[in-house]
Design a protein around this ligand. Structure first.
Ligand SMILES: [Zn+2]
Length: 339
């Protein structure tokens, strides 16, 4: 349910959808508002004209007939997709239709069969007349179908409606056959797709193939060394380089060690430079627990091609007179790095 758009707003919405729109004669003030209410609006109705020829069809929809005064819709959609605006306000296009259909449109639900003519549709629907003979033979050019889709979707988007607010005259008023030549279900599917939010954009391409594929950072040793209280030791034993030269790395050293509860283990990564100096990461501290401790020391960074990444740990027992070493039974590095 929505307040009908002003002429300016409707024009802006349609042109904003990329449509070619022509303002025909005094369309802005041409309506049937003196014969009945206009709004609240609930949907967009699609018709075919049962005519051929663009300008004669546009004139007919503007003027109407002796038995049915114009405007006969709001916009006429030509074979080439151009939309001619012929009315703004109440227009003679929908006639009396089924209140159950109106309720379904209002609730954005699938439509029931139209088997009643008890409700004023001209009050509630924007109307578009697409130029077609309606004989099942007159073709529907792609440009015309696309214009129907775009116009309906643009109005739905503007009012916050879904594709279910787009109906055919043949779904509203018993006995009506228009539009004929395509199904409203297929048109609603097109409108639904057009209203769908854009797919997420893929990330910007990386500068090179090598840098986008990470390597597995995975070092493990089952039996390692003992941490003597108060002494930094490189883990795993043997001064293993965990990685050299990486634009980025992220990982965690997982240690299992045996020590009385209440002690602490500190760990840190460091980068060993060619001249023997070091950069060290912040210390991460873990508490020992009884019956063996599993602890992890995460870190992420980048390292120069000439530098080696290593890890070291230090153990402080709960009782600082205790000099029993803490055996590390496994040291396992897991992570990823990008060269
Ligand atoms: Zn119709």
């Amino acid at each position: 349910m929505a307040t009908p758009m002003s002429a300016d707003r409707l024009l802006r919405v349609l042109r904003g959808a990329g449509l070619r729109v022509i303002e025909h004669r005094s369309w802005r003030t041409h309506n049937r508002n003196h014969k009945g209410p206009w709004g609240p609006v609930n949907g967009v109705m699609i018709h075919h004209t049962v005519t051929a020829g663009t300008m004669s069809s546009v004139e007919l929809c503007y003027n109407g007939r002796s038995t049915l005064p114009g405007p006969l819709c709001h916009g006429v959609i030509a074979k080439d997709g151009t939309i001619y605006l012929v009315g703004n306000g109440r227009a003679n296009h929908a006639g009396l239709g089924d209140d159950d259909v109106l309720r379904a449109v209002q609730n954005e639900q699938a439509l029931p069969a139209d088997n009643e003519a008890n409700t004023d549709g001209n009050r509630h629907f924007y109307g578009f007349e697409a130029i077609n003979l309606g004989d099942g033979k007159d073709p529907w050019p792609a440009a015309q179908l696309e214009a129907i889709e775009k116009a309906a979707a643009a109005i739905c988007r503007e009012h916050g409606w879904t594709h279910r607010s787009v109906v055919g005259h043949n779904e509203w008023q018993p006995g009506k056959v228009d539009p004929r030549g395509f199904t409203m279900a297929s048109m609603r599917a097109r409108v639904e797709e057009r209203l769908a939010p854009p797919a997420p954009q893929p990330p910007a391409p990386a500068p090179s193939e090598e840098s986008i594929v990470p390597a597995n950072w995975n070092r493990a040793t089952e039996t390692d060394i003992e941490l003597t209280p108060g002494e930094w030791k490189t883990v795993p034993a043997g001064s293993v380089d965990l990685v050299t030269g990486a634009t980025s790395y992220t990982g965690s050293m997982h240690l299992t060690l045996t020590a009385p509860a209440g002690g602490t283990v500190q760990g840190r990564f460091f980068h060993l430079r060619p001249d023997g100096t070091r950069w060290t990461s912040p210390i991460v501290e873990r508490l020992t627990t009884s019956g063996g401790s599993f602890m992890d020391f995460p870190h992420a960074g980048s390292v120069d091609p000439t530098e080696r990444v290593r890890f070291e740990a230090i153990y402080y027992p709960a009782d600082d007179t205790d000099e029993t070493p803490a055996p590390i039974t496994s040291a396992r590095l897991r992570g990823l790095y990008w060269k």
